[in-house]
Structure formats: C-alpha cells, structure tokens
Design a protein around this ligand. Structure first.
Ligand code: FAD
Ligand code: SF4
Length: 529
C-alpha cells in the first residue's frame, strides 16, 4: 500500500525565503504545510505598536518577543563567547525579519561567486552567476524590485553590470536631495555613486501601494510599499498551502536511506505534533536553521553545520556637511560608493561598501547636543541647523568563512518551550582588519570633499544583520552542508532555504540571493515530488 503523508512538502519558517518556496510549490499543485514559530500579526497592529513605542530607534520594539518564540532582542536568548558580540536583528512572526529590513536587493557579481579562483581567498560557490541569473530575475519580480538598468554595480565605472536577462521589474525612485548633493560634490573626486536596487515599489505592484517616501521602513512600512515575507505567506495560503502558526519545529526525524521522515513541532501550550512529508525545506533564518539541524543531529556529516558564520561586519561615520543636505527624506537608504566592491585588492583585504544612511537624524543630533550640555533655545537652533547638515555613512566589509565562527544550541540554557537557546562565537579576522584603514581614509576624503566637520568614526565593529555561511554550500560533502541546489549532502529530501547557505559574503545584502535560491529549490522539488 502506498505510504500516506501529511503533505508533499513541509516548509519550516514563513519568512521571505520560506514563504516564497511555499508559494511556488503550492502554485505548482503540491500540498504544502508552512510551519511558523511566531504568530500572524496585522500590519495596523505593528504600526500602532511602533507609534506608541517610547524607543523608536529600536527596530524590534513594535514586534512581540514572546518567551516561547524568543528573538535576539532578548539578552538571555543569545550568548556570545567570541571577541565580537554578534547580535543580529531577527523577528519571529508570519513574514519573518523582512518586516523591518531596509529592502536592499542586490545581486552578487560573478567574481563574488568565484572568490577563491578569482582572488585566491575564501571559497567558490559550486554554481555560477549565469546558473543563478534566471532565478534572480524571478526573485526580483516576486519582491517588486526597483532598480537602474544602466549602472556598473561593481563600482568600477564601466557599463551596466552584472549582466541581466531582463530589465528591473520597476524603475528606480527619484534621487533624494542628500544623494544628489553628495554625488555632485564627491563624484568629481573619483567616487562611483551607485543606486541601490530595493523592494520598495515605485508604482502599485502585486497589491502594494507605491512608496510615499516618509522614511519609516525600519521599524515598519505603514502602507506595505516595502516588501516583507508576509505578502508571500498570504500568497502561499491563497494558492492552497496550509499555514500553522505557534508551531516551533524542534526536531527533524531521520528514517531509512538518508531520508528525513517527519518534523516535530511544539506549541506555546506545550503540545507536541509530528508531521510527515515527502520533502522538507528548512527556512528558519540563518541562526535558527543550523540550530534545528544540530538539535536533530542531521545534515552534519561534514561537522560544518553552524560553522563558517559570517555577517557583513561594519563600521560607521558621521559628519556635518557645509551645506544643508536634509537627511531623512525618502527611503532609509538609497545607495552609496562602491569603488572598493571589487578588484585585485581582495587578494589582500576585504571588499568595502560605503552605504549612505538616510534616517531622520534629529534624535541622534539632539542626544549628542544634550550630552554636551546644550539646552533651551540654543538646543532648538542647533538641532535645526545640524540635523539639516548631518551625514551618516554605514560601511560594510566582506567576510571570509572560518569554521571557528559558529552558532550552536546552548549547552544548558532552555527557552520557555524547553528548547535550547543560542550560543555564538565570532571573531573578526585580519582580512577585515586590513580593510579598515582604507575605509577610514575614504571617510576623511568624504568629509574633506564636503568641507565638513567630522563628528565620529565608530570604534570596534558593528553588526549588520546579514547571516551567511552557517549551513555553507559547496561541491564537497566533506567540507560543506548543502550542494549547489541547496539540497543537504546527507539527506536527499532535505533542502535549506536560508542566506546561511551563502559561501562567499561579498558586501551586498543577501536576501534577494536567498529568495532566488528558494524559488530554485521549489522548482527542483516540484520536479521530483
Ligand atoms: C534591521 C535589519 C535590516 C535588514 N536590511 C536588509 C536589507 O536591506 N537587505 C537584505 O538583503 N537583508 C536585510 N536584512 C536581513 C534580512 O532581514 C534577512 O536576510 C531575511 O529576513 C532572511 O529571511 P529568512 O526567511 O531566511 O529568515 P526570517 O525572515 O528570519 O524568517 C524565518 C522565520 O522562521 C521562523 N522560525 C525560526 N525558527 C523556527 C522554528 N524552529 N520553527 C518554526 N519557525 C521558525 C521565524 O519565526 C521567522 O518567521 C536586514 C535585517 C535586519 C534585522
Ligand atoms: S519610505 Fe515610507 S512608504 Fe516608502 S517603503 Fe519606507 S515606510 Fe514604506
């Protein structure tokens, strides 16, 4: 008698990656269950939480941090043991962390994906840019990406690059005044300003209204112009997928012939449920995916699960320009300076991206002035003046994968469900440290070019929320967790849809690549199920 299953495919995690995979599979006529640890929360409620919050600069604040679905917001959930406190933002609700991302949607460069063969450092992807290109296009269409078809995104000032089979789905938004002024004065010094492709639609698209440019993207877009995974969780349901919330997966069960046979989840009331399927996709975020695999003792014959953890560890700089630039108008970021994104220097030190941050600067400006003792009418005057001239650069470095940088289930601590919390060990290496003086030299040139006054260059290193490498992709099952299709080397029917598969970090935000890979996973599974 034929075996019966609860679903053809079970997807764990309803973030942008899991929801896109679930939608594609449901659209292809497969029965799909989508498991989500958190709850479904309507946009209006998150907006209300944000407006009522006394800590507006804390992006996690409007989102619940339930003790049975804890996030990195909780000090007790993530314990750091290395020299750097890696504490990336994450959310647990239907739609996942893209509820409060910045929506930057870059493609990797061909050389990023062949780092070892091009520059002799790090690792190569087992697939090439050309292999992934059709799925990049589909991911951009899914997310409603706006972008310029004319720029060399490698930052070298050449013709449009990397190659595309079709134009961006939507045209770019108008340049903010700040971007225009910095570009006008710094590009004559040789800096290449590149528009940042992003998932903030410039026209009504897939049920979303056009962006109104009011700069609330982090912590939440009030109108849904900015993409979040919740759109595709809804699409997946409409296409027939069954979404189960308050369902934290805590075990993947191994069967015969290297197959996964079931996933076990626990609810906040302590109920345990076992579900079977032909195929499984774990899409539970770059830290939680390796945790689930390690707790289940699956996919780890290489001993690489949880290792090779990378973020785009960064630094930042503030200065006052000699003219009004009016930060805080338009989206939270719009692009930046990419001269050091690619080139021979990557043999010696990390690639560098200088993003121009565009938050409303008034709270930071006011805090700095009050700390200096400025009060009363003088405080008002100085806020008006300095907020109009405030410039912030948010810079990131390319990381290399090191097995010692790792995430693991905590050996002793448990959350309210009795499931281990996280422990992370992270050190910043010499490849990144060697890049820092070059980034700082650029900072001083930017300030000089704007005849400005340097406020500060951050000390130490900063988190950037981009998790990669933790379930690393590679051709060799001995030193990697998944193959070029994101299928685990150890289990034929287990795929990982997470930015954690990315083996070479480059300097660009990883989510579009993750969505492209997720749609590709769905295509592979749809052919086999
Ligand atoms: C402030 C901020 C800004 C960012 N800006 C950008 C940007 O501009 N561009 C970019 O590319 N990236 C950005 N990122 C990163 C981006 O948000 C992530 O790469 C992306 O959300 C990853 O998607 P995901 O689906 O893998 O994970 P998530 O979105 O985190 O979704 C995972 C889901 O799985 C659920 N889950 C976890 N564990 C379990 C379990 N055991 N059982 C069931 N469900 C589980 C979670 O509740 C969650 O809903 C930013 C991140 C932050 C915090
Ligand atoms: S600028 Fe405003 S409308 Fe546009 S994406 Fe950001 S929050 Fe949404």
């Amino acid at each position: 008698m034929a075996e019966t299953y609860d679903a053809d495919v079970i997807v764990v995690g309803s973030g942008a990656l899991g929801s896109n995979a679930a939608y594609e599979l449901a659209k292809a006529g497969k029965s799909v269950i989508l498991l989500e640890a958190g709850l479904r929360i309507p946009r209006w409620k998150i907006v209300q939480n944000s407006r009522n919050s006394s800590r507006r600069s804390d992006y996690n604040r409007p989102y619940p941090d339930a003790e049975w679905a804890m996030t990195t917001e909780s000090e007790e959930y993530l314990e750091n043991t290395g020299s750097f406190a890696l504490r990336p933002g994450m959310l647990k609700l239907v739609g996942g962390t893209t509820w409060h991302w910045a929506a930057a949607t870059w493609r990797y460069l061909p050389a990023d994906m062949k780092l070892k063969s091009t520059y002799g450092v790090g690792r190569d992807w087992p697939i090439s840019y050309d292999d992934l290109e059709p799925w990049y296009q589909r991911a951009e269409e899914a997310l409603g990406v706006v972008g310029s078809d004319e720029q060399d995104q490698s930052g070298q000032g050449g013709p449009a690059f990397p190659p595309r089979s079709k134009p961006y789905p939507l045209p770019p938004e108008g340049k903010t005044y700040m971007f225009q002024r910095l570009e006008a004065r710094l590009s004559p010094l040789g800096f290449n300003f590149i528009h940042e492709p992003n998932a903030r639609v410039t026209k009504p698209y897939d049920g979303r209204p056009a962006c109104a440019g009011n700069n609330n993207c982090m912590p939440v877009c009030p109108i849904g112009a900015m993409y979040s995974g919740g759109f595709h969780a809804d699409h997946a349901e409409a296409a027939g997928a069954k979404l189960l919330t308050d369902a934290t997966a805590y075990k993947l069960e191994k069967g015969a012939n290297g197959k996964i046979v079931a996933v076990h989840y626990r609810t906040s009331k302590g109920e345990d449920v076992r579900l079977t399927a032909r195929y499984f996709v774990v899409a539970a975020h770059g830290l939680e995916t390796p945790k689930l695999l390690l707790m289940s003792d699956v996919a780890n014959s290489s001993d690489q699960v949880g290792r090779n953890l990378m973020d785009h560890t960064g630094i930042g700089m503030h200065f006052l320009a000699d003219e009004e630039v009016w930060g805080g108008r338009g989206a939270v970021q719009q692009g930046g300076i990419f001269n050091r994104r690619d080139g021979e220097h990557r043999r010696e030190y990390a690639a560098i991206k200088h993003a121009i941050a565009n938050p409303v600067p008034n709270p930071e400006v006011a805090k700095r002035l009050i700390d200096q003792g400025v009060l009363g009418p003088e405080l008002d005057r100085r806020i008006r003046d300095e907020a109009s001239r405030w410039v912030e650069f948010s810079t990131v470095f390319e990381m290399l994968p090191h097995p010692t940088n790792r995430v693991q289930p905590h050996p002793t601590k448990r959350d309210a469900l009795g499931i281990p919390t996280l422990t992370v060990h992270y050190d910043v290496d010499d490849y990144v440290a060697a890049a820092r003086p070059h980034a700082e030299a650029d900072f001083h040139t930017f300030v000089k070019g704007m005849n400005g006054q340097l406020i500060d260059i951050s000390e130490g290193w900063q988190n950037r929320d981009h998790l990669m490498g933790s379930v690393i992709m590679g051709a060799d099952p001995k030193d990697s967790v998944v193959d070029g299709d994101c299928r685990t080397h150890d289990h034929d029917n287990l795929f990982l849809a997470t930015t954690g598969v990315i083996p070479a970090s480059g300097v660009i935000n990883p989510t579009l690549t993750g969505v492209a890979l997720s749609i590709r996973i769905a295509d592979t599974i749809a052919k086999e199920v």
